[in-house]
Design a protein around this ligand. Structure first.
Ligand SMILES: [Ca+2]
Ligand SMILES: [Ca+2]
Ligand SMILES: [Ca+2]
Length: 406
């Protein structure tokens, strides 16, 4: 357990944080609306630093140097070997007096990146999910027998005939060749899961997950990290999250992780209840990283590595390493601004895991989002671009199709 992170009160420190936007990488649809990209936001007062030398990292940042940068002397180590530094109280007070806390973090990041011994330094960006809009289509009447399948138009066979939907991913055709295997593990790195949902309870597809949200306010479950990835809801009241995600609110609970996991296949399919999943027999491992106002880069990265089967301090061994990681999350800013995110994806890919990220939501150029713009993942866009939008969308494209698979 990361005690330093788990004991933090993010509300008190969020005088100037921001937003990244999460999306559904597998399935579903979003009404793309062109808009100005939101300002990237980050955990106030936090800086992520990766030193070039693996050994003796603490020794390389002398107390005098930390003090000169305005950093506290007890950083927290991440799963990527980075350190999370907090601004010292005196530095925060001095910056706050001039309303420049956010600028101070960026200034320190710049100073650190100029040091020879620093591989990279960056803010601890905050990412967020994005609500989906599911379009209700006419009754399909095709298999399976789940009553709401008729509304899952994105699953239908592509076409305009009866029972078909333009843009459908033609799952009925694919199901004729097979409905998936339980040994295929998909980690849904998102807001968690509702294990007692009527269409999920008792599902053999639900594997053991973990809750990586270290801040109790964001986690909204009364504590920091824990072994229960149940989603307690991520709704917020007026102004509660404004400094974190720029939204005045209020906002209802999204249940985004349950939605994504259900789309992939955690739900019981062909059971005469609720909806159908894409893969009827897949194993879903819910990895909770997004809560109220979003989620931090460091929590998300720990979740990515754990999902891939890598060791993370404070978390138990993942007995179901993922063949596929679904990241329906992201936010403004190119991946080059978050090398820690790139490092986590690289580590997962090195394990033989395929990483799928959302791209193109809200009609934002994928090159200006991360992790959509990171190297290695497959990008899944939910909507083809409108020719007039000038927006870059990448539809289910993999930069590299990995030869090694579990
Ligand atoms: Ca918790
Ligand atoms: Ca929990
Ligand atoms: Ca069902």
């Amino acid at each position: 357990m990361n005690k330093v992170l788990s004991n933090r009160n993010m509300v008190a420190r969020l005088a100037c944080a921001t937003t990244l936007t999460a999306t559904t990488a597998i399935g579903t649809i979003n009404a793309a609306v062109a808009e100005e990209p939101p300002r990237p936001r980050f955990v106030p007062g936090q800086v992520i630093v990766k030193f070039k030398s693996v050994e003796g990292q603490r020794a390389e940042m002398a107390p005098a140097m930390m003090a000169s940068l305005g950093l506290r002397s007890e950083p927290t180590r991440t799963s990527g070997g980075e350190f999370i530094f907090d601004l010292s109280q005196s530095a925060i007070s001095a910056a706050a007096a001039e309303d420049k806390t956010e600028a101070k973090v960026l200034e320190v990041v710049e100073q650190l990146n100029e040091m020879d011994k620093v591989e990279y330094a960056q803010p601890n960006w905050i990412l967020q999910h994005q609500l989906r809009q599911v379009r209700v289509m006419a009754e399909n009447g095709n298999n399976p027998d789940d009553p709401l399948f008729s509304q899952q138009w994105h699953f239908h066979n592509n076409g305009t005939d009866e029972g078909e939907s333009p843009g459908g991913i033609s799952l009925p055709k694919r199901w004729q060749k097979g409905v998936g295997k339980n040994e295929v593990v998909v980690a849904v790195v998102d807001t968690g899961i509702l294990p007692d949902h009527a269409d999920i309870v008792g599902s053999p597809n639900l594997g053991k997950g973990f809750d990586f949200i270290s801040d109790s306010f964001v986690g909204n479950d009364g504590d920091g990290r824990d072994d229960d990835p149940t989603d307690p809801g991520d709704g917020y009241s007026f102004f509660e999250c404004f400094f974190l995600n720029g939204d005045f609110g209020p906002q209802d609970d999204s249940w985004h992780g349950t939605h994504v996991a259900g789309t992939v296949g955690v739900v019981n399919t062909n059971n005469g209840e609720g909806v159908a999943g894409s893969a009827w027999n897949v194993t879903i491992v819910p990895v909770r990283v997004l809560g109220k106002c979003g989620g931090s880069t460091t929590d998300i990265n720990d979740g990515i590595r754990w999902a891939a089967g890598l060791e993370v301090d404070g978390a138990p061994e993942n007995l179901n390493p993922a063949k596929i990681i679904n990241l329906s999350l992201g936010g403004p800013g190119a991946c080059t601004d978050s090398p820690a995110t790139q490092a986590a994806i690289n580590d997962a890919v090195a394990q033989g895991t395929t990483v799928i990220v959302a791209a193109g939501n809200n009609a934002r150029d994928a090159s200006q989002d991360h992790p959509a713009s990171c190297d290695n993942p497959c990008r899944s866009s939910e909507r083809r671009p409108r020719a007039s939008s000038g927006t870059l969308f990448e539809l289910r494209r993999c930069d590299r199709y990995h030869g090694t698979r579990r």
